[in-house]
Design a binder for this molecule. Structure first.
Ligand code: SF4
Length: 315
């Protein structure tokens, strides 16, 4: 798989673009995830023409439609930022991004809970950074996260799983249009989809089952929309347990009753969050290899992202 393209707030890469001339280097993003992705850096404040260093800014006014204002001299930068951001998102369309990692707490780049100050100088944490809002409105289905939230193992695993899945889907889009390619992608991702949402799993199954009756462009569009919506729903131990138990059913013939009992106990320990997901997954992978189980061995659920990222060691 070629590298995944991800947009990122430039300061997270260690570039000295912050208002105070500093950066916010995040080593996990550069050194670990960076091995698998190609970053497209975006610094809204510098790219809209502001210098480094510069006066610090914050959001003011209506939290639903705040103004971007410098804190000391009260210069309103909103129009300048909005005009630049609208052009920038159009340019980013050409990059075929699989997601964006925003810098938290920034009035330009933060994607949620940004302080917005009222006329008395009191903040409410209800704003969205000006560029982040325009980006998310323009690309509503793209996976987005903040670097701070990515320190949470569950959010990290979910975000990275989504970008890798989107990359695999984009590879389908690059190939010749064919219903068979959609069906093939769906077949390999069935259990991964099920781990996010049994409801969407059913809806996608119905769509694929009537693929021959739907004009091909419509099939691609509908499938992509449901896929992205499904992956916005997070996996949970309960949903993963359902998938793991489902997988055990494929070894009905091969496993002894002791082996099956042991595997189900491990799955139950995972459900109770005594052990991480990687433990039952590793045992099932072992049986998949041992018995060359044809359906399971092609499931993206068993290998949704590189093992080296160790994402399932912590969820
Ligand atoms: S938070 Fe955004 S605007 Fe601020 S320095 Fe980082 S990339 Fe630039």
């Amino acid at each position: 798989m070629e590298k995944i393209k991800l947009g990122i707030s430039t300061c997270l890469l260690g570039e000295n673009v912050r208002y105070d001339g500093g950066h916010k280097l995040d080593r996990f993003l550069t050194d670990t995830l960076g091995q698998y992705v190609e970053y497209v850096p975006v610094c809204p404040e510098v790219e809209c023409g502001l210098p480094v260093p510069r006066e610090a800014m914050h959001l003011e006014g209506d939290p639903d439609s705040p103004r971007l204002v410098t804190i000391r001299t009260k210069q309103d930068m909103t129009d300048r930022m909005v005009e630049w951001a609208r052009k920038r998102v159009l340019a980013l369309e050409k990059e075929a991004l699989c997601g964006f990692i925003f810098k938290s707490d920034s009035p330009s780049s933060g994607m949620e809970r940004i302080k917005v100050y009222n006329e008395k100088g009191m903040p409410v944490k209800k704003g969205i950074g000006i560029f982040a809002k325009i980006f998310m409105d323009h690309f509503p289905l793209l996976p987005v996260e903040e670097e701070g939230r990515l320190h949470d193992p569950n959010l990290r695993e979910n975000f990275i799983e989504r970008i890798f899945t989107l990359k695999r889907w984009r590879e389908v889009l690059e190939r010749k249009e064919s219903r068979g390619n959609v069906v093939d992608f769906h077949t390999k991702h069935k259990l991964l989809i099920l781990s996010h949402s049994p409801k969407y799993f059913q809806a996608m199954g119905k769509l694929v089952a009537k693929a021959k009756e739907i004009p091909i462009k419509e099939l691609y569009q509908q499938y992509q929309a449901i896929l992205m919506e499904a992956f916005q729903l997070k996996t949970t131990p309960k949903k993963n347990t359902n998938v793991l138990q489902h997988m055990v059913g494929y070894f009905r013939e091969q496993l002894s009753s002791d082996e099956k009992k042991e595997l189900l106990e491990v799955i139950d320990h995972y459900r109770q969050e005594y052990i991480p997901l990687i433990v039952p997954i590793t045992i099932i992978q072992h049986y998949v290899r041992k018995y060359d189980q044809p359906y399971l061995k092609q499931q993206a659920y068993l290998n949704p992202h590189p093992l080296e990222l160790q994402l399932r060691n912590h969820v």
